[in-house]
Ligand binder design. Structure first.
Ligand code: PAZ
Length: 350
């Protein structure tokens, strides 16, 4: 079995900057195409004076090989992002949904993956052999379908996929810069689980890391990454910290937009709610953005805490039927509205 060691005994490297990170990596293959789609989407909504939210959703992978067979992943099904997207669309926002490929999507999330397989909602008519939606699901599915069609027809939803942490960061930078013309009407709602670590290209092996004895005398490339010996059963992976991109987003890529990040625990210890609050405040102090929404993995569907410079507010659902995003999103929108009003006031004063 492969083991992953977290070690503080290794020498601390000088953390690379965001610029060095981008220089060291190739942009994802579809960046130009996605960038053009985002640009025309944003222009369309700027012309209509509509607010636009970029929602990031799902986990990011960290490949261990260039021709990737193995990778490290970050936990997230994309529920928070996909569900929130629907509530933002309901409130008239246009949504750029930057999501992990194959994670949950707005609207189709109701009928996808193994919990809600779409086939379970269908029946075959005995007489005609035609397939239709079961009677008991007709109304609910019709409502979802109408909303989905509306979002599509009005060009309110742009779906942009990523897989690796690097492709996520390239896309985030690109779209954030394209969103600048929106000014304070732009909102970032960063629910994706973004890896804090990566394998730098200089240490990345080309082919699948071998788990058994390698044929031939030389397998030096793999040994650079794999400590403990190729041919042994131990795999020690040496990861570097990903630079802190949130700071770049706040200061340079999207200085006029509202930025909301989610925070969930990094270690078992942080499942303590008081530590969660401390961590959320630390994130707010470090990156100087507008709002951190703290959540714990085990209770994230029932309670979250909004941490801003002004106050901490807990939001809780009382019933299992209420999606907590139906409470989170209106609260975020209210704060976004207040920020827009302040900006307008400031501009009038000038
Ligand atoms: O996608 P999901 O609903 O399964 O999980 C949502 C979440 C816990 C990943 C999200 O609410 C969150 O906290 N995102 C930020 C994660 C981070 O700190 O990197």
């Amino acid at each position: 079995m492969a083991t992953l060691e977290v070690s503080d005994t290794l020498p601390h490297l000088e953390e690379i900057s965001a610029a060095q990170y981008f220089d060291a990596h190739s942009p994802p293959p579809h960046l130009a195409e996605h960038s053009a789609a985002a640009e025309s989407f944003i222009k369309h909504h700027v012309n209509l004076s509509r607010r636009v939210v970029l929602i990031s959703s799902g986990g990011t992978t960290v490949p261990l090989e260039n021709q990737t067979v193995r990778f490290i992943d970050n936990f997230s099904a994309g529920t928070r992002g996909a569900t929130s997207a629907e509530y933002f669309l309901d409130k008239g926002y246009a949504v750029i949904f930057l999501h992990r490929q194959f994670s949950l999507l707005p609207y189709s999330r109701h009928y996808s993956h193994n919990v809600n397989c779409f086939l379970d909602f269908m029946v075959e008519e005995e007489k005609t052999g035609k397939v239709k939606i079961e009677d008991q699901y007709q109304r609910e599915m019709r409502d979802v379908l109408r909303k989905y069609r509306y979002a599509k027809d009005k060009k309110l939803l742009l779906l942009l996929p990523f897989t690796t942490v690097t492709s996520y960061l390239f896309m985030l930078r690109e779209i954030a810069i394209k969103m600048q013309p929106l000014g304070s009407a732009g909102l970032f709602y960063l629910a994706a689980a973004v890896s804090d670590f990566f394998v730098p290209p200089s240490r990345m092996v080309e082919h699948k890391i071998q788990s058994g004895d390698l044929p031939g005398p030389s397998h030096g490339e793999a040994e650079r990454l794999v400590k403990g010996g190729v041919g042994g059963k131990k795999l020690v992976i040496d990861l570097d910290p990903v630079p802190k991109f949130l700071k770049k987003l706040v200061e340079q890529w999207a200085p006029d937009s509202m930025i909301v990040s989610f925070k969930h625990p990094e270690s078992q210890l942080e499942t303590d709610p008081s530590l969660l609050l401390a961590k959320a405040r630390q994130a707010l102090d470090r990156y100087c953005h507008h709002l951190v929404i703290g959540n714990l993995l085990t209770t994230r569907k029932h309670e979250v805490v909004f941490v801003s410079k002004q106050d901490d507010t807990w939001i809780r659902t009382n019933t299992d039927d209420t999606e907590i995003e139906s409470l989170i999103v209106p609260e975020v929108i209210e704060r976004h509205g207040a920020m827009i009003a302040k900006t307008v006031e400031r501009l009038r004063g000038n």
